[in-house]
Structures are given as C-alpha cells and as structure tokens.
Write a new protein. Structure first.
Length: 127
C-alpha cells in the first residue's frame, strides 16, 4: 500500500472529505460510515480487484533497481543525505516509523483543520 497521492488528496478535498488518520484506519469502529464506504470501495477496487496481470514478481536485482530510482526523488531533488536514503533499504527503518504514528496523526488533524477553514473562508461548502 502507498500513501495518498496529491491527486487523491485533491479529489478528497473537492468531495468535502478529509484524510483519515492512522488511528482511524486502525480502528474502523470509530470511523464515519462515509469513510468506511470509501475505504471499502478503494480496497475492493485497487487491492482485492487487482489481478495477477498487475503484479510482477521481482528478483533482488530488480528490487534494487526500483529502489535506486528513488535516489533522484529523495537525494537529488529533496536533498536527503545519501546515508539517510540508503537506510531505507532496511526493514528496520520502516518498522521504526510505527512509533511516529501519533505525530503523523496530529499532522493530519492539523491539515484537515486548515482544509476545513479554507473551505469555509472560500465558500467551497466542504462539510
């Protein structure tokens, strides 16, 4: 799974919806019915609905080639150090991110507040 793209975020904003926090994703009982419908639709279409036509079993060399494409985004364009980029090869890097979920949830809540405030100020009518 990947994080929402800018396109997805824009579509959600236009529809008057906001980004779910990681806690909402982990605890659907506390989520709104519309969020659950949207999530079910997305999972059904893009995860469960994917056939093996959309999958490719990669060798280690192919996985490294794909990983190395990130160099241009993270190091060349965003200025991330090469050592920080290389750390992403290890599962330890990704597992450590789970401890930042509360921080990210707060950032999502702040983002949603800004979007709502902007929608009210511009009269876009978002809920």
């Amino acid at each position: 799974m990947t994080t929402p793209t800018d396109h997805t975020i824009e579509l959600l904003r236009r529809q008057g919806r906001w980004l779910p926090t990681f806690r909402e994703l982990a605890n659907p009982k506390k989520s709104s019915p519309s969020f659950l419908r949207d999530l079910a639709s997305i999972v059904g279409r893009f995860v469960l609905g994917a056939s093996t036509d959309h999958l490719l079993e990669l060798t280690e060399r192919e996985r490294d080639r794909i990983f190395n494409l990130g160099y241009f985004t993270w190091v060349a364009q965003r200025g991330i150090s090469l050592s920080n980029f290389e750390a992403r090869r290890s599962q330890t890097f990704w597992l450590a991110l789970q401890f930042r979920l509360d921080e990210w949830d707060e950032m999502i809540v702040q983002f949603n507040r800004r979007v709502r405030t902007r929608a009210v100020q511009t009269g876009e009518g978002c809920a």
